[in-house]
Design a protein around this ligand. Structure first.
Ligand code: F6P
Length: 329
C-alpha cells in the first residue's frame, strides 16, 4: 500500500479533524502517503484533492469543522458517477479510501465498494449517534456538551421569569442527543422520536408532568427537551398549547447548528484518534466495505451495511430513569 485517500461527507461533526490527523499520522508511520478529497464525494468526482503534509495536521486535533470541507453529494446516487469516482481513485494511484461520515455517506461508500477493487472503509462521524454497529459516533459527545451548556444558561432566565422552555435539539430521527442532554442538563421532560406516538398523547404526558411538579412544589420553571422536527406542525403549536393549558409563559429555544460546531471534547478526540488509526489498519489488512466502529472502548471492524440495518436503540435505563429523577424538580 502506497497511498490512501480520506474524505469527510454529510453533516460535519466536531472531531472529524482529529480523525483526519490520526489517520494521516498512522499512515505516515507506515510510510503511506495521504491525500484528502475536498467537499466530500464531490471532490472525488472532480479530482479535487490536497496532498497532506506534516504542517497540515499541526494543531488539528482541537479544531471543529473539517479542513477537508463537507457536502452531501446527490450525484453519487447515480452509478455513472460512482464509476467515474473509481476511475479517479485509480488515476490518482489510491490503494484505499476512508470515508468519515454518517449513514448517507456509508451508503455511497458501500455502492462504491461494489465497483472498486480496493478497500473502502467508513468511520462514523455525525453528532446524531444514529449509526448501528458502533457505541458512539465522532461529534456526539461534543454536541451533548453544547446542548447541556445551553440548557444550563436558559434555565437561569427560565427560573427568573418562572417560564417553561422548550429546547429543540438536533438528532435527525434519533433521540440520543435529546435524551442525554436532558439527563445531563437536569431537564424535566424529554420528547423522543423513539417513544413519540401522537401530539395529543405527548401533550397529555407533558401536562401531567408539569402538574405533578407544581403539586410537589417543584421549581416553577420547567425545561422540556425535544428532538428536532418531531412535533406535527412545528413547536409553535406545542408552545401555544402549553401556554394556554398551564397559563405559564412558554418560550422555544432552537439550538440548531451550534451543536455541530466547536472544539471537540476529549471523548470525541479520543474516539476520533482510535477510529482514524484503526481505519488505516483496516486498509492495510485489505478489509473491504467495512466500518471502524467502537465497542466497549475498543475499535471493531463491522460490515458497512450494519450501520443502517437496525435502528440503534436508546439506553432503556436512561429512558426510565429520567422520569424517576425529575418528578420533584
Ligand atoms: O446529521 C447531522 C445533522 O446536524 C442533523 O442533526 C440535522 O437534522 C441535519 O444534520 C441538518 O442538516 P443541514 O446542515 O443540511 O441543515
Amino acid at each position: 500500500i502506497k497511498k490512501i485517500a480520506i474524505l469527510t461527507s454529510g453533516g460535519d461533526a466536531p472531531g472529524m479533524n482529529a480523525c483526519i490527523r490520526a489517520a494521516y499520522l498512522a499512515a505516515r508511520n507506515e510510510g503511506i502517503e495521504v491525500i484528502g478529497y475536498q467537499h466530500g464525494y464531490n471532490g472525488l468526482l472532480k479530482q479535487d484533492f490536497v496532498e497532506f503534509e506534516h504542517r497540515d495536521i499541526r494543531n488539528l486535533i482541537q479544531r471543529g469543522g473539517t479542513v477537508l470541507y463537507s457536502a452531501r453529494c446527490e450525484k453519487f446516487t447515480k452509478e455513472e458517477h460512482r464509476i467515474k469516482a473509481a476511475a479517479n481513485l485509480d488515476e490518482a494511484g489510491i490503494d484505499g479510501l476512508i470515508v468519515i461520515g454518517g449513514n448517507g455517506s456509508f451508503k455511497g461508500a458501500e455502492l462504491l465498494q461494489d465497483i472498486w477493487d480496493k478497500p473502502v472503509i467508513g468511520v462514523p462521524g455525525t453528532i446524531d449517534n444514529d449509526i448501528a454497529g458502533t457505541d458512539y459516533t465522532i461529534g456526539y459527545h461534543t454536541a451533548i456538551q453544547t446542548a447541556v451548556e445551553s440548557i444550563d444558561k436558559v434555565r437561569d432566565t427560565a427560573d427568573a421569569f418562572e417560564r417553561i422552555f422548550i429546547v429543540d435539539v438536533m438528532g435527525r430521527e434519533a433521540g440520543f442527543i435529546a435524551l442525554n442532554s436532558a439527563i445531563a442538563g437536569g431537564a424535566d421532560h424529554v420528547v423522543l422520536p423513539e417513544t413519540f406516538e401522537s401530539a395529543a398523547d405527548e401533550l397529555v404526558r407533558i401536562l401531567d408532568k408539569l402538574d405533578q411538579r407544581r403539586k410537589n412544589h417543584a421549581n416553577s420553571s420547567h425545561i422540556i427537551v425535544i428532538t428536532e422536527n418531531l412535533w406535527p406542525g412545528g413547536l409553535n403549536i406545542l408552545c401555544d398549547s402549553l401556554q394556554t393549558e398551564t397559563g405559564i409563559d412558554t418560550r422555544i429555544l432552537t439550538l440548531g447548528h451550534v451543536q455541530r460546531g466547536g472544539s471537540p471534547v476529549w471523548q470525541d478526540r479520543i474516539l476520533a484518534s482510535k477510529l482514524g488509526a484503526f481505519a488505516v489498519e483496516m486498509v492495510i489488512n485489505d478489509e473491504r466495505g467495512r466500518m471502524a466502529g467502537i465497542r466497549h472502548r475498543y475499535p471493531e471492524s463491522v460490515p458497512l451495511g450494519t450501520s443502517r440495518e437496525d435502528r440503534k436503540p436508546l439506553n432503556h435505563y436512561s429512558m426510565s430513569m429520567l422520569d424517576k429523577i425529575t418528578l420533584l424538580g
